[in-house]
Design a protein. Structure first.
Length: 126
């Protein structure tokens, strides 16, 4: 339930949120593209193995750290969305339980479909 979600956000969570917000901007992409364009000619000018090793190691480390930061942000967003969906499903289930039983076969079928949709998560977790 949404009440189970802690409003307290840790330092790492704040850092990952800032990183996701910063790296998700078009300006950051343009900066990265320009950086690659500036770096590409250095492969020809600096044919030293050490230069290539340094560049590849630095980019690998940055990529590894960015994946960790962005994954944290995505995981928290998914959890928040799931909590919201669970609250909506619980509210819908409560509303369906309060509805009077219908004698109409079509209405009963639709009500059953709604009950199945609300309980879908329970079926998948078994």
């Amino acid at each position: 339930m949404p009440s189970d979600v802690s409003p307290r956000v840790g330092r790492f969570d704040r850092l990952s949120s800032r990183a996701a917000k910063f790296t998700g901007r078009p300006g950051y992409f343009v900066f990265c593209a320009l950086l690659v364009l500036a770096w590409a000619p250095t492969v020809i000018w600096f044919e030293k193995l050490t230069w290539h090793l340094i560049i590849h190691t630095v980019t690998t480390i940055i990529t590894f750290l960015m994946v960790a930061l962005l994954q944290n942000s995505e995981t928290r967003n998914d959890a928040a969305l799931q909590h919201k969906l669970n609250a909506v499903a619980d509210a819908l289930a409560d509303i369906l339980d309060r509805l009077p039983a219908d004698d109409d076969e079509e209405a009963a079928r639709r009500r059953h479909e709604l009950h199945r949709a609300v309980g879908l998560e329970d079926d998948e977790s078994v």
